[in-house]
Design a binder for this molecule. Structure first.
Ligand SMILES: C[S@@+](CC[C@H](N)C(=O)[O-])C[C@H]1O[C@@H](n2cnc3c(N)ncnc32)[C@H](O)[C@@H]1O
Ligand code: SF4
Length: 488
């Protein structure tokens, strides 16, 4: 199949797509989205952590008969050797040869280790740790002994469960076999490679030159060391990409056979992310081309045996993410779609987020120096967060199901929260009727609300916006007044 024969929408679907695409809408990596969070004191954060040590019912009420959720720990390591122009992550570009680099990294490490101690003090650490994730920035910016130091500090406090998912994000350009060996020996079993795109012109423009052979070598090394799951991050919608060039990248990806693929729509908010201003905006693909890239990618990945999951992920049917979709434990957080819906997520490092389920969110200071100063001098780097109201919990649950399974099940929400769905969501129902007339959703006989395929799937964020009580009521068809990346 060549790229030109990739699937497309019917003329009617295309007309509807144009009406709803190109809007500023959240991707709901959290609900409420971070722009609605408030400044939070360390005392308030302490209260959230203390509450998390107690069992709780599905509406958040303390229930002493239930055990508190098991834990997931996210560690943010912000450093990178060089800047990729598209990057929307919280990173610190620090060339290793700079004279001040070792001191800055040491201060960060000192703060991070202290942060792990402080978090462990607040938590009941008999709660098993089921997931550990090193992300960034680029965790393999650090030397093997520094990675060991962080892991040892974590395992000195936490009870890492047998079979826990231990994942690390790696940039193949800076990752050595020695680092991979160290990580594997520490028990890491999942590895995620930033690949983005294989086309030389695209790579040069976004300043991320990374030949196919380099990625191939990292994959081979990871497999030889016994990492169970290899993930690739791919981005479509970058400047100079064409449907044909992305098709070639996808063929190369499939040839390398990762277990899981995040196929991200390039998210750009240059007004907020200054480093994205270096992107040549005249060379960005159009909304129609991005639609083609998405549909073509999806067809090729599924033809190669991957399951399409949520908004933008693909996984082999036997891979943990696909299994978690089937058993209902899939969720969505700042790392994208992930397993572990039932876990309390605890974040350490700059900008790291803790999501204490049905209690609230806590986020550390984003700036790495401010973070280190907060931890080392005041014993806390908490910057902002929010508690969750009963309404937030209901909507968060609904959105998790929508993003994971492309449907809403009113009966499940009624059972879980004791609401009458049609009364509770009477206003939303009217907006859904507009989406139903436009063939974006379907009302099934068993009352479930299903996203149509492919139109509803590509406009998933519009359907989600219907249920986001913080947005304007018409945001789903006109876009939000707040600045998010565009939906398509
Ligand atoms: C922290 S990086 C991964 C690890 C490492 N720093 C690297 O780049 O290889 C996380 C991922 O976020 C994705 N990403 C970053 N900025 C993005 C953007 N503006 N839009 C979509 N995806 C983005 C990239 O695919 C990247 O691999
Ligand atoms: S994409 Fe990865 S390597 Fe590039 S700047 Fe962002 S975090 Fe660093």
């Amino acid at each position: 199949m060549n790229a030109a024969s990739a699937p497309t929408l019917s003329p009617r679907e295309l007309e509807i797509f144009h009406r709803y695409a190109g809007l500023s809408l959240p991707r709901h990596v959290a609900y409420p989205m971070t722009n609605w969070w408030q400044a939070l004191s360390s005392e308030q954060a302490d209260q959230f952590f203390a509450a998390s040590n107690k069992g709780r019912a599905s509406d958040g009420a303390v229930d002493a008969s239930l055990a508190p959720p098991d834990l997931s720990l996210y560690v943010h390591i912000p450093f990178c050797e060089s800047l990729c122009k598209f990057c929307g992550c919280n990173k610190v570009i620090l060339k290793k040869e700079r004279a001040d680099a070792p001191a800055r990294v040491d201060r960060f490490l000192e703060a991070l280790l202290r942060d792990i101690d402080l978090v462990a003090d607040r938590l009941d650490t008999t709660r098993p740790l089921r997931q550990l994730h090193f992300g960034g920035g680029s965790p393999t910016y650090l030397m093997p002994e520094q990675l060991v130091q962080i892991h040892e500090r974590i395992s000195s406090h936490f009870d890492i469960a047998p079979g826990a998912e231990q994942a690390v994000e790696v940039d193949p350009r800076v990752t050595t076999f020695e680092q991979l060996t160290t990580l594997r020996n520490l028990g890491f079993n999942r590895i995620s490679l930033g690949v983005q795109d294989f086309d030389a012109q695209v790579q040069q423009h976004v300043r991320r030159v990374q030949p196919y052979e380099m990625v191939e070598r990292t994959v081979e090394q990871s497999r030889s060391l016994g990492f169970q799951s290899v993930n690739f991050d791919i981005i479509f919608g970058l400047p100079y990409q064409t449907v044909e060039s992305v098709a070639r990248t996808i063929e190369q990806v499939i040839a390398l056979g990762p277990d899981r693929i995040a196929y991200y729509h390039y998210a750009q908010v240059p007004a907020k992310i200054a480093t994205q201003r270096g992107i040549d905006h005249t060379r960005l693909p159009s909304s129609d081309e991005k639609l083609q890239m998405f549909l073509m990618g999806r067809e090729r990945f599924t033809a190669a045996g991957y399951e399409f999951i949520g908004l933008d992920h693909f996984a082999r049917p036997d891979e943990a993410l696909a299994r978690s979709l089937r058993d209902g434990t899939i969720t969505r957080n700042f790392q994208g779609m992930t397993t572990g819906l039932e876990l309390d997520l605890v974040g350490v490092g700059p900008s790291a987020i803790s999501h204490l389920r049905r209690i609230g969110f806590v986020q550390n200071a984003t700036d790495t120096d401010a973070y280190a100063e907060g931890i080392l001098e005041a014993g806390s780097a908490v910057a902002r967060g929010t508690s969750l109201s009963a309404d937030d919990i209901i909507r968060q649950t609904l959105l998790e199901e929508l993003y994971g399974n492309a449907r809403i099940d009113p009966r499940r929400l009624e059972q879980q929260f004791g609401i009458d769905f049609d009364t509770y969501f009477a206003d939303e129902r009217k907006r859904l009727e507009q989406l139903e007339q436009d063939s974006i959703v379907q009302f099934a006989e068993d009352r479930r609300i299903l996203l149509t395929d492919p139109l509803g799937r590509v406009l998933m964020r519009n359907v989600a916006a219907v249920f986001d009580a913080y947005l304007e009521p018409d945001a789903f068809c006109r876009g939000a007044s707040h600045e998010y990346s565009t939906n398509a």
